[in-house]
Design a protein around this ligand. Sequence first.
Ligand code: TMP
Length: 219
Amino acid sequence: MKRALFITFEGTEGGGKSTQIKLLAERLSSLGHTVRALREPGGTPLGEEIRHLLKHHPTGHGMMPEAELLLMNGSRAQLVREVIRPALAAGEIVLCDRFSDSTVAYQGYGRGLDLKLVESVIAFAVGETRPDLTLLLHVPLSVSETRRLSRQKDQPASTDRFERNDRAFFERVERGFQSIAAVEPERIRVIDACREIETIAANIWAHVAPLLGNDSKQA
Ligand code: TMP
């Protein structure tokens, strides 16, 4: 039987996570794995409503950091139980665009909430369901900012509440991701996301392949 795996993708905006998730999903599927690609916040009907509230709904404008933390984890608690655990139990490979490390980086480091408290809310939401591997797609802040601003210029209507934060916020978030990665180097692999798309995909594959069964390492 194929080994179930839970792989998360993390990083500040503009690191190309969705492109890499798509490429990895295609490669794994071509080897016969059943792949479930998800995103956070979201991934369930309830979670997608919460996502809209967090990112775009006008009532979200005055949202307090504590409410933001709880809503993120409300979406997560639902996703873990409704989708991730059943998928893993069925032997699927779950690829998730952001998970609990984003909460530590954004609500902990970015918003300045107490890190121990953030960790305990996450623990309540996820229980034992933790990623086997996390790929942290790293781009320098200047690159992330350029990509974010050009997207805002091209598609002003799609700009969300998080993207409107200032540079100092994103600096804290980035520092958060680096600190998390330093503490858990076995689980979290930092990927240089400034390189060519194919090079990044090859680097990612080098971390994923050793976790797969022997039958699917080659292709
Ligand atoms: P994205 O899916 O387009 O990256 O948007 C999700 C936004 O939500 C992004 O700005 C990061 C933020 N976020 C948090 O602040 N905390 C979290 O726990 C998660 C999952 C996302």
